[in-house]
Design a protein around this ligand. Structure first.
Ligand code: HT7
Ligand code: ZN
Length: 879
C-alpha cells in the first residue's frame, strides 16, 4: 500500500454540486443509483479527467447526461473509476450493486442485527458508490430509499423527510433532503425495525427542533440520559459558543455493531449502543458520564466539523481536537472542573505520551499516512484538544471566543485547514501565534526541566526552565515550542503574591498569586522578587501544557502542595508524584530481596487526605488512587519497564496504605453509603467512587475488605457497585471469593449485552495466573462474537491494554493470543485489528520481553493478505 503525503494535496478537478442517491434495499443485495451533478473546478487541474473512488462495488451501468457511456470513456481500476473527456458540466449516473450483508468491516453500508446502517468516515462512502470521497467535495444530498416496510419500517437519512409513498411493488419509498452541503463522510442511512423516544428543543432564535433517539424496542427505557444530555449540550453550545442548531430535526440511532463510539452524520448521529443507552443495571457511573460527553461531542460537531469541515484528512484535528476541547469544557461545566481535568490528564499521560514516544508517533497534523483509519488517535484527539486549550490560555476566554466566532463566520460551508483556525485566532486576538504553530507540526512530548535558586538577602527566587523534545520518526531535531507554564508559589501561610522581575506590578489584579509563564526558548530564567520566604513552586497549574515536567521536589514539599496549594490539579499531581516515588522505592526494596517498607510520610499523608474536609469525595478518590501500572511502565522508559515488579510494588503500597488507614477507610466507606435510589448525580457518583477506592485499599490489606465486598455485591442496586465489588473480589480474593458472584452476575444480567460486555472486561483484567486461559475460554463463550467490536474490545482489548502482568507473561502466551486474534480480524475488520495491536507496538519498553513481542509482530508482517491498516502499524513498529 502507498503512502499519502500532505505536501501532495491538490484541489479536486470536479465539484459535485448536487448528489442524488437512490437505494433499493434487498435481502441479497442493495442497488445504489447515483446522479452526480458535476462541475469542473476552476481551482483544480482543469482537465476532463476524473477519478472517482470506489471499493468492493459491482458497476452495473454508467451514463453521462442520460446516455450510456462507451467503454473507451472510462476505466475500472482496483479502487477507482477513471472517466475521460468529461465536459465542464454534466450529469453522471452510476448504478452499483453492493452486498451489505457480507460487509464485516463496518464501513460503508452494512448490517447490524436486523438493520441496515452506514459508517462513512473516513473513507466508507466509496464502499457505497463511486464518488469523490474526500472531505473538500461538499454537495447537497437528496436520498431516496425503497425498502420492504414490514422489515424496515424506519427509513432514515440526513436532513428533512420530504416524502413517504407506498410503491406498487409494496415497498415504501422515502425521500430525504439535506439543504446543507456536506462531504460524503457525513452521509448516513438507517433502515430497521426501531422504536424511538421523542422530545424537543427550542433554540435561541425560537426554532422548534424535534429530537428523536431510535433504538431496539427492548432498549426504549434506556434513552432518558442521552436525551437530557443532548438538550443540555444544545443549550450550552448556544450560551458558551453562540452556536445554534440549524435544522428542524435531530435524530440519533443506536447500533450494536460499531467500530468506534459514535458518528456525527448531519442530523442523523449514529451511536454505538454502549455510548447512548443508560440504565443503572447496565451502565456504570463512568458510563453515564461517557454518554453525556459523547452525546455532547457529536452534537458539537454540527458546527465544528459539519458546518465547517476539514479540507483533507491531515486536518482531522481541526474538527476533533477542537470538538474534544469543547466537550471537555461542557463536562467541566456540568460537573467538577478539576476532576474532569485530572481524568483527561491521566489518559494523556498514561496513553497519549506513550503513543507520542512510540513507532506510530505523529504530529497533531500528520504529514503522511498509509491508512487514515490509523490516525484517529489520542494525539489527534486529546493532544489536539490540549493545543486548542493552550490557545485558549494564551488568548484568554474573550479573545478565544472572538476567534471562534470569526472562524465559524468566515468558514461556514467550507472545508478548511488547521492553519485557517490559527489565523482566525490570531486575527481576532492580535496575538502572533507563529512559533505556537510548532505544536501542529512537531511530534513528541516536550520535556521541561525546572530548577530553582533562592537569594535570601534579595528575597528573589529564580526558576530556570529548559525545554527539550525527544526525536520521533522522521523528526530528529525539534524547534522550541511555546509552552504556557501555569505557576504559583506556596509559602508557609498559603500562596504568595507574585512579582516577576522587570514587570510592573498590576494594581488592578485581584488575584496575583497565579501567573502563566511563556516558555518559548530552549533555556529561560524567571525571577520572582519581593518574597518573604523561600517558596515551594506550584508548577504546571491546571496542566497548562501537554509536557513532562521534572522538578526535584522533596517529599515534604510534595505533601505541602498536596494539602495546601490553591490549584486542584497540582494538589492531585503532587499526590501522584509522591506515590510514584514511594512505589519506585518499594520496587527497589523488593528487587534486593528486602521487606517492603512504605515511607511513613506517605502513609500519614494518606490519612490526612482521608480526613481532609476541604476535599470533595470525587477529588479525594482521584488523589488516593495510585498511578496505574501502565503509567508506571511508561515512566520507567524504554527497556526498563518490569511489569511484574511494578505490579508487586504497587500492590505492596496498596496493602500498606490499606493496613495503616484501615479505620479511616472503613469509616469513610460506611459514611458514604448511598441510601437513596440510584441516580447518576454528581454527589452519588462521587460517593460511589470514593467507596470503591476505600474498598480496594481494605481488600489489598486483608480479609475485611473482601467481606465488605461480598456484602456490597449482594446489596447493590446498580451495576457500578456490583462491578466494583466484583473487581475487588476477583483482584484480591481467592477463587472461592469471586467464583460464585461472577456466576451470579451472569445469571442475573446475561440477557443485557452491555452488562455482559463489562463482565467480560472485568475477567480480562484479573491478574491471576489463569488469565490467558480464561480469556481463551471466554472467546468460546456463546456471548462472544469476533464480528462485534464491543465484544472484541471488552475481552481482548481490555486484556492486552489493562492486564499488564498477564499480557506480558514471560512465556509469551499473552502476546500469542493477541497476535492470533489480530490475524483473524485482519480479514474481518481491519480497522479493529490494527487498533487492537497497539499494546504490541510498545515492545521497546518492556525489559526482557522485546524479542517475544517483536517475534509476534514479525509473524503478522509475514501474513498473506495483510490489510493496509495492520500493515502500516506492523511495518512502522518493526522499523
Ligand atoms: N468523527 C467520528 C470519527 C470516526 C468514526 C466513528 C465511528 C466509526 C468509525 C469512525 N471512523 C472515524 C467520531 C468522532 O470523533 O466524533
Ligand atoms: Zn469527533
Amino acid at each position: 500500500p502507498g503512502t499519502i503525503h500532505l505536501k501532495d494535496y491538490q484541489p479536486p478537478g470536479y465539484l459535485v454540486n448536487r448528489t442524488e442517491l437512490h437505494f433499493l434495499l434487498g435481502e441479497e443485495d442493495t442497488i445504489v443509483t447515483s446522479k452526480l451533478h458535476l462541475l469542473r473546478n476552476t481551482e483544480g487541474s482543469s482537465s476532463g479527467e476524473l477519478e472517482l473512488d470506489g471499493q468492493d462495488l459491482e458497476l452495473v451501468e454508467i451514463r453521462l447526461d442520460g446516455e450510456i457511456l462507451e467503454a473507451d470513456r472510462y476505466e475500472l481500476r482496483e479502487a477507482s473509476l477513471l472517466l475521460r473527456d468529461l465536459p465542464e458540466q454534466c450529469l453522471l449516473s452510476c448504478v452499483t450493486r453492493i452486498q451489505p450483508q457480507l460487509n464485516t468491516s463496518l464501513e460503508g453500508l452494512y448490517r447490524s442485527q436486523t438493520m441496515f446502517c452506514t459508517q462513512c468516515e473516513a473513507e466508507g462512502f466509496r464502499k457505497i458508490t463511486y464518488y469523490l470521497d474526500r472531505p473538500d467535495v461538499m454537495s447537497v444530498f437528496t436520498v431516496t430509499i425503497d425498502a420492504d416496510a414490514s422489515r424496515y419500517p424506519v427509513l432514515l437519512s440526513n436532513g428533512n423527510l420530504e416524502e413517504t409513498t407506498l410503491l406498487p411493488s409494496g415497498d415504501t419509498r422515502v425521500v430525504w433532503h439535506d439543504p446543507f452541503p456536506k462531504p460524503s463522510y457525513l452521509f448516513a442511512l438507517v433502515a430497521g425495525q426501531l422504536e424511538h423516544v421523542e422530545d424537543s428543543f427550542v433554540t435561541c432564535s425560537g426554532r422548534d427542533v424535534t429530537l428523536r433517539i431510535y433504538v431496539e424496542e427492548k432498549d426504549i427505557d434506556k434513552c432518558g440520559h442521552a436525551m437530557d444530555s443532548l438538550q443540555r449540550s444544545m443549550r450550552w453550545d448556544e450560551e458558551r459558543f453562540g452556536r445554534e442548531y440549524d435544522l428542524d430535526i435531530f435524530n440519533v440511532v443506536a447500533v450494536d455493531d460499531f467500530n468506534m463510539g459514535a458518528m456525527e452524520n448531519k442530523s442523523l448521529n449514529i451511536f454505538n449502543t454502549s455510548c447512548v443507552l443508560c440504565d443503572p443495571d447496565t451502565t456504570t457511573d463512568v458510563g453515564y458520564q461517557r454518554v453525556e460527553a459523547i452525546v455532547a461531542h457529536e452534537y458539537f460537531h454540527n458546527w465544528s466539523g459539519n458546518r465547517v469541515t476539514c479540507r483533507d484528512w491531515f486536518q482531522l484535528s481541526l474538527k476533533e481536537g477542537f470538538t474534544v476541547f469543547r466537550d471537555a469544557e461542557f463536562s467541566s461545566d456540568m460537573g467538577s472542573r478539576t476532576v474532569k481535568r485530572v481524568e483527561d490528564v491521566t489518559l494523556l499521560r498514561s496513553a497519549q505520551f506513550a503513543e507520542d514516544a512510540g513507532p506510530m508517533a505523529h504530529p497533531v497534523r500528520p504529514e503522511s499516512y498509509i491508512e487514515i483509519n490509523n490516525f484517529y488517535t489520542l494525539t489527534v484527539y486529546e493532544k489536539g484538544a490540549e493545543v486548542v486549550r493552550m490557545i485558549h490560555t494564551l488568548l484568554g476566554p474573550d479573545a478565544f471566543r472572538a476567534g471562534s466566532d470569526l472562524y465559524f463566520e468566515r468558514h461556514d460551508g467550507q472545508a478548511v485547514t488547521c492553519e485557517d483556525f490559527v489565523l482566525a485566532m490570531e486575527e481576532a486576538s492580535g496575538k502572533d501565534l507563529s512559533q505556537f504553530r510548532n505544536w501542529y507540526s512537531q511530534a513528541g512530548t516536550p520535556r521541561l526541566a525546572v530548577s530553582e535558586s533562592w537569594d535570601e538577602d534579595a528575597g528573589a527566587y529564580t526558576l530556570s526552565v529548559a525545554q527539550s523534545c525527544p526525536p520521533t520518526p522522521g523528526q530528529a531535531e525539534k524547534k522550541p515550542f511555546v509552552i504556557p507554564l501555569g505557576i504559583g508559589l506556596l509559602g508557609d501561610a498559603g500562596n504568595l503574591r507574585l512579582q516577576l522581575e522587570g514587570e510592573e506590578p498590576d494594581p488592578e489584579l485581584e488575584d496575583n498569586t497565579h501567573t502563566v509563564l511563556m516558555v518559548d526558548q530552549q533555556q529561560q530564567d524567571f525571577v520572582f522578587t519581593g518574597l518573604p520566604e523561600k517558596p515551594v513552586p506550584s508548577l504546571l497549574r491546571g496542566f497548562s501544557a501537554p509536557v513532562r515536567l521534572d522538578f526535584d521536589y522533596s517529599r515534604e514539599d510534595l505533601c505541602r502542595l498536596m494539602s495546601g496549594d490553591d490549584d486542584g490539579f497540582v494538589r492531585w499531581d503532587s499526590a501522584q508524584t509522591l506515590a510514584v516515588g514511594v512505589i519506585a522505592e518499594v520496587q527497589q526494596q523488593l528487587a534486593s530481596g528486602g521487606e517492603p517498607v512504605v515511607d511513613p510520610l506517605f502513609l500519614q499523608a494518606s490519612i490526612q487526605l482521608l480526613q481532609d474536609p476541604s476535599l470533595d469525595p470525587a477529588m479525594l478518590a482521584e488523589m488516593l488512587t495510585l498511578p496505574s501500572e501502565n503509567y508506571l511502565a511508561e515512566l520507567a522508559g524504554e527497556g526498563a519497564a518490569d511489569v511484574d515488579a511494578i505490579h508487586s510494588a504497587r500492590r505492596a503500597v496498596q496493602a500498606a496504605v490499606g493496613g495503616h488507614c484501615a479505620q479511616a477507610l472503613e469509616q469513610r466507606y460506611r459514611e458514604l453509603r448511598v441510601e437513596e435510589a440510584y441516580a447518576a448525580s454528581g454527589a452519588q457518583i462521587a460517593a460511589r467512587s470514593l467507596r470503591a477506592t476505600c474498598l480496594t485499599y481494605l481488600a489489598a490489606a486483608g480479609e475485611r475488605g473482601l467481606e465488605l465486598a461480598q456484602e456490597q455485591f449482594s446489596a447493590a442496586d446498580n451495576i457500578t457497585e456490583r462491578l466494583s465489588a466484583l473487581r475487588v473480589l476477583s483482584h484480591f480474593g481467592k477463587r472461592a471469593d469471586w467464583e460464585q458472584p461472577m456466576e451470579q452476575f451472569y445469571k442475573d444480567w446475561g440477557h443485557e449485552t452491555l452488562a455482559v460486555n463489562q463482565w467480560l472486561a472485568l475477567q480480562a483484567t484479573m491478574p491471576d495466573d489463569a488469565a490467558v486461559a480464561r480469556v481463551r475460554h471466554l472467546m468460546e463463550h456463546p456471548d462472544f462474537d469476533i464480528r462485534n467490536p464491543n465484544k472484541v474490545r471488552s475481552l481482548v482489548g481490555t486484556f492486552a491494554g489493562q492486564n499488564p502482568v498477564n499480557f506480558h507473561r514471560a512465556d509469551g502466551t499473552g502476546y500469542r493470543l493477541l497476535r492470533q486474534i489480530v490475524a483473524e480480524l485482519n480479514a474481518i475488520n481491519p480497522q479493529i485489528a490494527s487498533r487492537l495491536l497497539a499494546p504490541l507496538t510498545k515492545w521497546r519498553y518492556y525489559s526482557g520481553r522485546a524479542d517475544l513481542m517483536r517475534a509476534e509482530l514479525e509473524q503478522l508482517a509475514a501474513l498473506d493478505g495483510l490489510s493496509p491498516d495492520v500493515f502500516e502499524v506492523v511495518s512502522k513498529s518493526l522499523k
